[in-house]
Design a protein around this ligand. Structure first.
Ligand SMILES: C[S@@+](CC[C@H](N)C(=O)[O-])C[C@H]1O[C@@H](n2cnc3c(N)ncnc32)[C@H](O)[C@@H]1O
Length: 206
């Protein structure tokens, strides 16, 4: 079984995936500021168990959460059943590179470090978004050495430990997202990002 499938069952125990009502409200308020409008189709790339897809549904978007891990998607669907925003959110076991159609907004959290070529995802987002679309991308930078599956992946995971934010900013720009800004959201207990890692929020746009 692939790494993220194996992690799915206990994934909600990882930081930022079991938000309290206050933390969920803080995320919603931050994201509400990032996106100029809160309606239309939003793509959540690498949505995992759907925690943030559901928040985005509550904000007013029609959300499509995609993830290559079938187990993650199964858990996301189960979570949506017990949630008011569930009706506005659909989940597909799908690689972002295989999406079709056009989206008005994009979200991703902790996905770019897991791919060898984040520029390829930026290219996909550009191809499948409207001119005014905003992509909120949350990434983490941490001090760690690859171990377990990640060690085996070795050089295929150059982003292990997180990309330097300027590297990602340049990748976004190279793919037509010249108006990208980023800021640290570390030490925000209200967002559940108060640990030893560095948390970065990108606002990616053309
Ligand atoms: C570290 S997890 C993050 C999950 C969730 N976004 C979160 O905030 O916790 C990375 C996820 O990205 C998914 N993923 C990696 N590459 C992907 C791709 N190209 N298309 C769709 N999903 C992908 C993995 O299967 C995994 O579930």
């Amino acid at each position: 079984m692939a790494h993220w499938d194996r992690r799915a069952e206990s994934y909600d125990e990882t930081p930022g995936n079991s938000l309290t009502a206050e933390q969920a409200a803080a995320w919603k308020s931050l994201l509400a500021e990032i996106y100029p409008v809160h309606r239309g189709r939003l793509l959540d790339i690498g949505c995992g168990t759907g925690t943030y897809s559901l928040l985005m549904g509550e904000l007013g978007f029609d959300v499509h959460g995609v993830d290559t891990s079938q187990r993650m998607i199964e858990r996301a669907r189960a979570k949506a059943l017990g949630c008011g925003a569930g009706a506005a959110v659909t989940f597909s076991t799908l690689a972002a590179q295989d999406i079709s159609g056009r989206y008005d907004a994009v979200f991703s959290r902790n996905v770019l470090w897991t791919v060898a070529d984040p520029g390829r995802l930026a290219e996909v987002v550009r191809e499948h978004t409207t001119q005014a679309a905003v992509w909120a991308a949350v990434e983490t930078v941490w001090d760690g050495r690859p171990k377990g599956d990640f060690k085996a992946a070795g050089k295929d995971l150059p982003g292990f430990g997180g990309w330097h934010p300027n590297v990602l900013r340049d990748e976004f720009a190279r793919h037509g997202f010249a108006a990208t800004t980023w800021s640290s959201i570390s030490n925000r207990a209200d967002l559940a990002t108060e640990d030893k890692d560095i948390h970065v929020l990108f606002r990616v746009s053309r």
